[in-house]
Design a protein around this ligand. Structure first.
Ligand code: SF4
Length: 314
């Protein structure tokens, strides 16, 4: 097939793009993963949607030749590290995670020199290079379990999200954790005012916020949960009202799958522009041209895999 410009794909009607994606997926023996923060039309064509932990686990179990990852780069890298024999594609190479960019491998090595006997716990939202110099990886769904797996007397360097670190410290009652000074620009912008406004508008709703939200917002919420936890809560509380303090894609997913549940965003401007870079047009182009292939150098992948698998084994 001739190489089409992205503009040509973008001009195709949505139905045609979807048909094209589904038939090409079959032809190539590909599976499509979509993170909960993807555009809803991208989530709908995915074989699996979920949070970082669910998608990392699923990537390990699969039998397909190609994984097309609709998410940000660290997620696609994680899928590649766990599946070195599979081709992993990402529809837009610009879709990096600004939170992950808060820590480089050199920064982590310098920090380890400052705190020599500390264990390095890295949030999955970190580059493959950072994972390679970490002891263990965690997600927002299992950070407490991961930290509890490390002997109490051993200090921990927790990176790169300071708010998830605060949450984990509070839940584990450990003071010997050094928090990195990074944040997610989408979640860190939530304020107590946003939460109060949401309570005013939806007085019957349970308010659930992500642990990447600031500590004062976490304190005033009814629950704190990862997007996987939010999904399970909505599934188990059908017909109820819920307000979510996270990226709006999660709200769209829940309203899409459980239309009998009224789920509202805590802020309508909680949008991750990096996640939204992936469009149906880019997904179609990615499958047609088998671009962009995610490559992780072997020596980095091998070390990063040890840290990821330690988490998966818990
Ligand atoms: S929502 Fe935050 S943590 Fe997630 S990809 Fe966007 S910037 Fe990164």
């Amino acid at each position: 097939m001739s190489i089409k410009s992205l503009l040509e794909y973008a001009r195709m009607p949505q139905d045609e793009l979807i048909e094209r994606i589904l038939s090409k997926k079959e032809e190539l023996d590909a599976v499509i993963f979509a993170h909960n923060y993807q555009r809803i039309e991208v989530q709908r064509i995915a074989d699996f949607r979920g949070d970082s932990l669910e998608l990392a686990r699923k990537a390990k179990e699969l039998d397909a030749k190609i994984i097309l990852f609709c998410g940000v780069m660290f997620m696609a890298e994680t899928a590649k590290i766990l599946n070195p024999e599979k081709t992993v594609l990402i529809p837009d190479v610009q879709s990096g995670c600004p939170l992950a960019a808060h820590a480089s491998a050199d920064d982590v090595i310098a920090m380890k020199k400052k705190f020599p006997n500390y264990a390095v716990v890295s949030y999955i939202n970190s580059s493959a290079e950072v994972k390679a110099v970490s002891d263990i990886i965690c997600t927002s769904a299992n950070s407490v379990k991961v930290v509890n797996s490390i002997p109490k007397e051993r200090g921990i360097i927790f990176l790169p999200d300071k708010n998830l670190c605060h949450y984990t410290k509070t839940q584990t009652h450990r003071e010997n954790i050094v928090c990195w000074d990074g944040n997610c620009y989408v979640h860190d912008r939530f304020t107590v005012e946003d939460l109060k406004d949401a309570r005013g508008k939806h007085p019957k709703a349970k308010i659930i916020v992500h642990p990447e939200a600031p500590p004062d917002v976490q304190e005033d919420a009814d629950f704190i949960a990862s997007t996987g936890g939010m999904y399970r809560f909505a599934k188990e509380h059908r017909g109820e009202e819920i307000v979510l303090g996270t990226e709006v894609g999660m709200v769209e997913r829940i309203n899409d799958e459980f239309p009998d549940t009224s789920t509202f965003p805590m802020s309508e401007i909680a949008l991750c522009s990096n996640m939204k870079l992936i469009t149906l047009a880019k997904v179609a182009r990615s499958l047609d041209e088998k671009i962009f292939e995610v490559v992780v150098p072997d020596e980095i992948a091998e070390r990063a895999k040890i840290a990821i698998e330690k988490m998966l084994a818990l």
